[in-house]
Write a protein that binds this ligand. Structure first.
Ligand code: SAH
Ligand code: SF4
Length: 360
């Protein structure tokens, strides 16, 4: 049987685990510090733990959930990391430097079951959910790879997968990442992006006070259902009702992401429909010109259409920012993630840039 990975445990779960192997509960907090604050790679570095406990840890648990295989740097400074999971699957994590911030874009699943028609990850289908440890370790391993003075400041669940379709591991990972004994991320610096699985969205509002981004992309049910099959189960009416009920912290807004596709959803009519959908919601809008990719049946929007759309949304009183995706030259831009690693690849270790990464 596989050894437990310690990054799978929230602090209370780790307390139970150390107790089960015969240690005192407070040891868990010490382990948290070693794992997340010091980033140890071997228990021999932890002289405050007894020899016997260290041996137990050494032979009875794992520290890392996966292996960093490659990293690729984009011309704009974005870096895409490829991780190999224990069962041969791969995931991608993207680091976006934007001084003074360093944002990490996390994956929550291998592939995605939602099948949005504009998204490369969606075209893979769902291979499997990530474990808590596989989510947490993206942060730990990328942080270790960065220069010591560069700290990851913000986390966004906008990589591969639909985070609310892997609810428990995602929420457990958030609880580990925000634990004051460990990495101590503030909830305000974590954003989860979702297509809008309504029951899980309502549950998230009750359980985890992070920022919310909704992938909207169309302002009426007919078009949205064509682009995003999930809309047939969770209609715009139900989604917007859940957004209206979402317990936002003071001064916080929900971000609505809207990919602009030429001639399809980028007309003034759509901007007006979008504005009326947002009525009564503290909202801001991110407008993302489509990233085209092979096999994508949609067009990039014309620049005039993007600007006109932005103006109409702004005139209605909402902040509307045009987001140019970064990292497109290394397949790291929004909706481009599609990790694929051939086991036959002889290039072990990291290559930067130019390794074997298929970024869709
Ligand atoms: N599954 C979640 C989290 C992934 S976020 C979600 O969809 O919200 C990935 C973001 O990239 C989403 O806003 C998605 O809509 C966007 N995206 C997907 N394909 C894209 C494309 N071809 N061009 C631009 N953005 C895209
Ligand atoms: Fe999945 Fe998000 Fe891509 Fe849709 S846009 S297929 S939900 S990753």
């Amino acid at each position: 049987m596989e050894l437990p990975c310690l990054k799978d445990f929230t602090l209370p779960q780790l307390e139970d685990w150390v107790e089960r192997i015969g240690e005192r509960r407070f040891r868990a907090r010490q382990l948290f510090r070693h794992i997340y604050v010091r980033g140890v790679t071997s228990w021999s570095e932890c002289s405050d733990l007894s020899k016997m406990f260290r041996t137990q840890l050494e032979y009875g648990s794992r520290l890392n959930a996966m292996e960093l295989r490659e990293s690729r740097r984009s011309r704009d400074g974005t870096v895409k990391y490829l991780f190999a999971l224990h069962d041969g699957h791969c995931i991608e994590t993207v680091m976006i430097p934007d001084a003074p911030r360093t944002t990490l874009c996390l994956s929550s699943q291998v592939g995605c079951a939602m099948g949005c028609r504009f998204c490369v990850t969606g075209s893979l289908g769902l291979k499997r959910n990530l474990s808590t440890a596989e989510i947490v370790d993206q942060v730990c391993q990328v942080q270790k790879h960065l220069p010591t003075r560069q700290k990851i400041t913000n986390l966004v669940f906008m990589g591969m997968g639909e985070p609310l379709a892997n609810y428990e591991p995602v929420v457990e990972a958030i609880s580990i990442l925000t634990d004051p004994s460990g990495l101590d991320f503030s909830h305000r610096r974590i954003t989860l992006s979702t297509v809008g699985l309504v029951p899980q969205l309502r549950r998230l509002g009750r359980e985890s006070p992070i920022n919310l981004a909704i992938s909207l992309h169309a302002p009426e049910n007919g078009l949205r259902s064509r682009l995003m099959p999930v809309n047939k189960t969770h209609s715009l009416e139900n989604l917007m009702a859940a957004c209206r009920d979402y317990p936002l912290a003071p001064r916080k807004r929900i971000t609505f992401e809207y990919i602009l596709m030429g001639g399809l959803n980028d007309q003034p009519l759509h901007a007006r429909q979008l504005v009326s959908l947002l009525a009564g919601i503290r909202a801001k809008v991110n407008l993302i010109p489509l990233n085209p990719h092979e096999g994508c049946p949609f067009q990039q929007p014309k620049e005039e259409a993007v600007l006109r759309f932005q103006e109409l949304v702004q005139k209605a009183g909402y902040t509307a920012i045009i987001r140019q995706s970064r990292g497109a030259d290394i397949g790291a831009a929004c909706g481009q993630l599609a990790a694929e690693y051939q086991e036959s690849n002889p290039n072990e270790g990291e290559t930067s840039p130019g390794g074997k990464v298929d970024g869709g």
